[in-house]
Design a protein around this ligand. Sequence first.
Ligand code: ZN
Length: 249
Amino acid sequence: MALIGHMGAMIDQKGALVLFSGGQDSTVCLAWALERYGRVETVGFDYGQRHAIEMEARTRVRRCLAERFADWDLRLGQDHVLDMRGFGAVAESALTDDRAIEMTAKGLPSTFVPGRNLAFFVYAAALADRRGLRALIGGMCETDFSGYPDCRRDTLEAMQQALNLGMAQDFVIETPLMHMTKAETWALAKTLGGETLVEVIVEHSHTCYLGVRDVQHPWGYGCGTCPACELRVRGWEGWVQQDRRSLSL
Ligand code: ZN
């Protein structure tokens, strides 16, 4: 049965699994999925992150979305956290140990964990198979991120093909933020859930690589200087300017 959602879009009853880290991008992806799919489950990965903060943000964001959006509450299903610490131990990087965040000889930031997104999708697809969910949704973005090769659309198209061949499935990997700037991601959040969703993201989503939660800025909590914070600040400032301009038209 198809239902009409808030934005007039048809609600797809096939179900979706959102790769959900509790950060800004995956929160917007979760809202995007909740506008489109009749059943939306979330999956998080414990790969030995430095910060339990990321896991706590997931719980808070899910709870806030359910409390503040009645339609989304009806569609939001189970949360799953998969233990991938074995993978984290193999693919050691600045995110999982105390090395400084710097550029490597390949021109990649040391925050890049080789194969991480690929491994996430294998685990997510295995879970989606068991849960009867068809869409796999991730917040990967190739527009203004650090050039992670596993965030590129062509990588994910190859991944989708490999998963479908290897699991005899017809999964669809969806990446709604793929070609958006960070400013456009804020604008999408406002379109999907108005100021309420923007507030949930500012207050509860987590981005900072250093795990800073005790310093608050207009765009949220964080150190304000690590690469993840810098990206979030730039996006926020760009969006605020655009949003003010459009409101004054
Ligand atoms: Zn930071």
